[in-house]
Design a protein around this ligand. Sequence first.
Ligand code: SF4
Length: 379
Amino acid sequence: MLMRIKSLLEYFQKVWGMEPPRWDYLQVEVTTRCQLPGCVMCPRTAWPASWQSRDLSWQTFEALLSSRPLFSQAHLSGWGEPLLHPRLWDMARALRAQGVKVSLTTNGLGLNAEVRKRVLEHLDMVAISLDATRADTYEKLRPGSDFQRVIDNIATLCSAKRTLGQQRPEVVLLFLKMRPNLKELPEFLRLAASLGVDRVNAPNLDFIPLPEMDSLSLLSLSPPDPELEAISQEAAAEAQRLHLPFRDFSLSLKFDLRVCDANPLRQVFVTASGEVAPCVYLGLPVDGPFTRRFFKESYLAGNYFYGQVAENSLESLLQKSAYLNFIDYFKTPAAIFGLLPSAIPDSRAAKEIKKLHPFSASSGRWPPACHGCLKSLGA
Ligand code: SF4
C-alpha cells in the first residue's frame, strides 16, 4: 500500500509540475547508420532488410533549432552511431551557442584524437556503451568491435579531461544488463572507476524484437532470481565502496507505474527523417508494423508520430491532436486512479499480470501505442 501511495505521489509531481505543454529534453537521432555489423541486442540486427539507413538533414536540424525556447537539453542519439554524422559537431556547436546542454551516446569506437577534442569542447555529457568487463564477452555481444580500443579511448578521454581541469563533459559508462553479461557487473564498476569515468548506468534490455533474442533478457514476471539479485547487490556495494555514482535499473517490474521512465510529458524524440515521436521505441527506422516480444510472445506494434518537422514547427505539434491525445492518457483522473484499460497486450503474460496484480499497470491507462512496451512496467 505504501508503494502505491508513493507511486501516486510521484505521478502527481510529474503531472502537476507541468506548465503549458513544452518539452525540456529533445532527443535527436542524427543517424540510423552504424559501423558495427550486428550487435546481438540491436533491432538493426533483427531487421537488416527493412532498416532504413539515413542521416538527419541540416535543414531539419535548423528547423529544430528555431524552436530553441522549447527545450534546454538535446541528446544527439537514436538508433545509430552519432559520431558517423558528418556535421555532428556543427550541430553541437550551434546548440551550445544557444545555451542548450548537449549530450550523446556512442559505442566509443570512433573516439579518436580529433573526435576527443570535439567531445571535450562541445559536449556536456557523453555516454559510452561498453556492456562487459571481459573482451570475449564484449566481442560476442558486439561482433566486429574492439574491446581494447574502446577501453583505451575511454581512458584517454578521461585523462585528457583531467589534464585540462574541466568538469564537463560528464563521462558515463553504460552497461546494458543481459543474461550473458550480468555476472560481470560488479567487476565492471571496478573497471569504470579505474578508467576515471564519472558515473555508471545499468539499464535492462527493454526492447526485444525477435524470439531468438528472448534468451538475452533478464526480466521475468516472477520476482527476480535471488542469484541475479545478489549480483546487483554486490555491484551496488562495489559502487558505494568506490564512491562511484551508479544507477542500476531494478530487475523487479513495477505494476503500478503511471508514466514511464522515457517520460513523454517532458521529453520527445525526433527521428533522422524528421518525424517527431514520444520516444525511441515509437520511432524505429522501419516502415509499417514491427514485432515486440512481451514475455516470450510476439506482439504487433508500430511507430507513433506527432508529425513531421519539415511540415510543422515543434511548437505547432504541441497543439496537435496526435500529441494531445497521446499525453491525455497519462493525465486523465481515471489514469491517476488506475481505472482505465491496460498498458499490456492481451497475452498469456498479461493475464498472469492481471491475476497477480489486480491494481496494476494492467489497470492504469496507457496510450495504445505503448501496449506491450516493457518500459510501461518500469524495465
Ligand atoms: S511506455 Fe514505452 S512506448 Fe510508451 S512512451 Fe514509454 S517508452 Fe515509449
